[in-house]
Design a protein around this ligand. Sequence first.
Ligand code: NI
Length: 180
Amino acid sequence: MIRDILRMGDPRLLKRSASVNDPRAPAIQALVADLFETMRAVDGAGLAAPQIGVPLRVVIFGYADQRPNPRYPEMEVPPETVLINPELIPLGEEMEDGWEGCLSVPGLRGVVPRYKHLRYRGVDQHGQPIDRTVSDFHARVVQHECDHLDGVLYPMRIRDFRNFGYTDVLFPDLPPGADE
Ligand code: NI
C-alpha cells in the first residue's frame, strides 16, 4: 500500500526509532512492501520507516535492476536493499560534500558532508546478515537513510546554507520528480 510520507515539521521525524525484534515477522514484511511501493511511486532512492510514521529501524534503498536514477543519472546506484537494525562504521575520517534531497523535504536540495567510505551491517527482512563496505553515493544514501532512524534530517547537517535551495532553481535541467 502506498503510504503518506511525513514532511519536515512533523515531530515523528525527530524521534529515535526502536530496534526490530523479529525481522521475519509478518508486520515487518508488510512494512517493507509498503516502503517499496511508496518509494517507487515517487521514484525515490531510499526511504526509512519513520518517514511513513513507523518508528522502527528499517530502511530501504536502491534498485533491483540497477538502472540509473533519472535524477542522479551519473551516480552508481546501490543494489536493492532492505536494511534492518543497521550499524554504521565510518572507515577513515574523510568526508565529502554532496547534494542531497529528501522525500520528507520536498522540492529542496542541500549540500551535506558525509563519510566517503563506510562499512555497514544489519539484517534483511529474511534475517540474513548484511555486511558491506561501500563508498561515495552508496555510502551517502546509507548515511542519509539511517539518519532518519535517529531523528536526523539532512538540513540539520548542512554547514553552508548558501548551498541549500529549491531543486528546480538549482538544477533547472533536471527532470521534475521527488527528492530522495
Ligand atoms: Ni530522507
